[in-house]
Design a protein around this ligand. Structure first.
Ligand code: GZL
Length: 326
């Protein structure tokens, strides 16, 4: 073979190596080949301080992880979340993640994602699908334990009371995992002692406006409320307005226990308007992005990852507030 043909052959081999080496190959959109990852995230909405912190965590973590984020706000409507998931399937994203606004009604769209070969990760809230192959993992809190913590605090506060102790409950969004499970955890504790009477319980949709409106109706219909269990800070903060408008002192005339530990909730606790707050950590972004990378690379991941959380009384809130991230 002539020198010039050998030179051409060598150049062609080197060129091919350089192309393959620097490009890392043309990975499929699933990024199994280590290419860019695109995450489609269908968020519940923007209903509360917790949700705002959760969204910020997801958006900033995706950026830090070099993951391209497609993000949608469903305004707390399941149909919008399903529509967003379908659009992510059509766009052939690498991974889909979402916080299901309610527990039921997901099997069909999750089967569509599975058929399309797009892995799904649940964050924050769970689904009631019996087929656990429809999603790779659940990352979030133990809502039953959060409800139990709130119930345990009430039981401790009124251990020496003879009762009746009248309790009002501002429930989260009907059908949502946090509402279902916080109610279960709370009721499992208080049903053990007949002095505890749930005299009013209603959906406040996790928002301040609804929390205020429902608390106003409770105060009109109930002659005596000793304790308010608000299943998130925002409904509790809305209830404060109603309680004060009725000439009552929150934290004293009506003891208030909530869940989330957002900044405004912790401030109300430090100010003595709330009495106890159970933490529910919204900062799921970093853990979610680690999961997305592993799932995109076809690695196996735990099917349930629970976040670490605590609870605060008024003194603990005063100490913790300066260093809180949300
Ligand atoms: C809990 C989350 C709940 C929060 C509310 O993980 O789903 O939804 O407790 C939020 O504040 O609206």
């Amino acid at each position: 073979m002539s020198r010039s043909r050998v030179a051409l052959l060598v150049a062609a081999v080197v060129g091919l190596t350089v192309l393959t080496g620097c490009g890392g190959g043309t990975a499929a959109s699933g990024s199994g080949g280590g290419g860019a990852i695109t995450l489609g995230f269908a968020q519940v909405g923007a209903e509360s301080g917790w949700r705002t912190a959760n969204t910020k965590s997801i958006q900033s973590s995706a950026k830090d992880a070099g993951i391209t984020l497609k993000f949608s706000d469903a305004q707390q409507k399941q149909a919008n979340q399903i529509q967003a998931i379908r659009s992510y399937i059509q766009q052939k994203v690498s991974v889909i993640a979402f916080s299901p606004v309610v527990e039921t009604g997901w099997d069909t769209v999750l089967k569509e994602a599975k058929t399309a070969g797009i892995p799904v990760i649940l964050t924050d809230r769970a689904v009631d699908s019996k087929d656990t192959t429809l999603y790779k993992s659940f990352l979030g809190s133990d809502f039953v334990n959060e409800g139990k913590e709130a119930g345990d605090w009430v039981a401790k506060q009124y251990a020496s009371a003879t009762g009746p102790v009248n309790i009002a409950v501002l429930e989260g969004t009907t059908g949502s995992a946090p509402a279902n499970d916080r109610s279960k955890g709370f009721n499992d504790v208080i049903k053990a002692d007949s002095k505890f009477k749930v005299v009013a319980s209603q959906d406040g949709d996790f928002t301040r406006a609804q929390g205020k409106q429902v608390m106003e109706s409770f105060l009109k219909s109930q002659s005596k409320i000793d304790v308010l269990f608000a299943q998130n800070d925002d409904m509790g903060l809305g209830a404060l307005d109603a309680i004060q408008a009725a000439g009552l002192t929150p934290g004293k005339d009506i003891k208030i226990v909530t869940v989330d530990a957002t900044h405004d909730g912790m401030q109300a606790l430090a100010d003595g308007k709330f009495n106890y707050v159970v933490e529910c950590n919204p900062l799921l972004g970093p853990q979610l992005m680690d999961l997305v990378k592993k799932v995109a690379a076809g690695q196996s991941v735990p099917n349930r990852i629970l976040t670490k959380e605590t609870a605060f009384d008024q003194d603990a809130a005063k100490a913790a507030l300066p260093s809180r991230q949300y």
